[in-house]
Design a protein around this ligand. Structure first.
Ligand SMILES: [Zn+2]
Length: 396
């Protein structure tokens, strides 16, 4: 048992308790057993952590990770050995945990490394965030598919899509990721252009549904986003050029959600020398359009998920990047960013019964942040004081 004393709570992220300050007791099964006024829980033998009136948040969600990316020198992936890549991915997953992330949805990998990480975790070898894995990315024959070694699985008909999707599930993956439009970071790709055919997207959704799962659809252009929604994909990734009409369609849907990825936008400018001219050119050309579109989607009240799309090097160098990127790169309000990283993303990932808020009966996954990040999101630049997950207390 572990008792977190003197926690400052955020109302929108707490259920079944009204006060601003509380003690939180987590039992040996890592379930939140009690939330009560400070000083009112007596628990013999419990380990005690004094949060000292700092802010305590539920564990964060990363809905768009690539655990196989150790840095932005993507071409290196082709010569990285399988075991080297697995070790890099493992250390990236640990970095996520240290920053307070307890759930990672991986959006594309090589060597099926995310499944191996999940298995290592199940065997009790490593403590890393819970992983939802998509395996290789299903994509039509396109420019730049070899940018990330074998991260892409090429398909050019509904039957090939069927094979590709079934292959990912056979390998132990949980969901399917499809490229509905081109990409910024694929050499020669055109982000606004729709690249998958309707019958191909429908086929991916069909196979995923048979497995009780869903498709995450990479889409920048409005046409590609609409294609995804129409075909039944579960999430739209990036959504850079979403327009008014598409925002409205998404707003009325309770089956498809938008996951913007702000940190990768910032990272491309911080780390410009790692990128090719083609990649940087696209980034510069579309920057304003992307910011404007995502701000509109936010102001329209869409339930937005939390994804970063960044590599390990930038993730470690700039702690809390996705949090402040949503203010720097877009123009989101501080408290809403915290809600996107927890409650919203838990709902989008279908995990809100167990995660996403601090509530008796939910998983005891807590992150202690110094000060009041809901009033100053740049507090997230500092590593959390404590992260508690799966029986382990990390002190930074
Ligand atoms: Zn991605």
């Amino acid at each position: 048992m572990i008792l977190f004393k003197n926690c400052r709570l955020i109302k929108e992220l707490t259920e079944g308790y009204e006060g601003e300050y509380a003690d939180i007791l987590i039992n040996d099964e890592d379930i939140i057993e009690r939330i009560s006024s400070p000083g009112t829980i007596r628990s013999e033998g419990a380990r005690i952590v004094d949060a000292k009136n700092n802010t305590v948040l539920p564990g964060f969600f990363e809905l768009h990770a690539h655990l196989c990316l150790s840095d932005m020198n993507f071409h290196k992936l082709r010569t990285t050995t399988q075991s080297e890549n697995a070790l890099e991915a493992l250390s990236f997953a640990r970095e996520y945990l240290k920053q307070g992330y307890t759930t990672i949805r991986d959006a594309g990998t090589i060597h099926n490394v995310t499944v191996e990480l999940k298995r290592a975790k199940e065997r009790g070898i490593v403590n890393i965030p819970d992983i939802i894995s998509s395996g290789q990315i299903i994509t039509p024959t396109e420019n730049g598919n070899d940018t990330f070694a074998n991260m892409y699985y090429e398909v050019d008909s509904p039957y090939e899509v069927r094979k590709g999707c079934r292959k990912q599930f056979e390998l132990g993956n949980d969901i399917i990721k499809c490229m509905l439009t081109g990409a910024y970071l694929n050499e020669g790709g055109n982000p606004g252009e729709t690249i998958m055919m309707e019958d191909e997207v429908r086929e991916a959704v069909k196979v995923a549904k048979m497995k009780g799962s869903y498709v995450m659809g990479h889409a920048h252009g409005a046409e590609g986003i609409q294609l995804g929604i129409r075909c039944g994909v579960g999430t739209i990734e990036h959504g850079s050029f979403i327009d008014d009409e598409t925002i409205q369609i998404l707003k009325e849907s309770d089956e498809c959600f938008l996951v913007p990825t702000a940190a990768i936008g910032l990272a491309c400018f911080y780390d410009a020398e790692s990128l090719s001219e083609d990649m940087m050119d696209k980034r510069k050309r579309y920057e304003l359009a992307e910011k404007e579109a995502l701000n509109k989607a936010y102001r329209a009240g869409l339930k937005l998920g939390f994804g970063s799309d960044i590599d390990k090097e930038n993730f470690v160098k700039y702690p809390g990047m996705e949090f402040y990127a949503r203010t720097d790169w877009y123009d989101f309000e501080y408290k809403d960013i915290l809600i996107q990283a927890t409650k919203n993303s838990a709902e989008i990932a279908g995990l809100s019964e167990k995660k996403g808020t601090i509530k008796v009966g939910k998983k005891g996954e807590l992150v202690v942040i110094e000060g009041k990040p809901d009033e100053d999101i740049y507090k997230m630049k500092k590593m959390p004081l404590y992260v508690y997950f799966n029986g382990e207390l990390i002190e930074n």
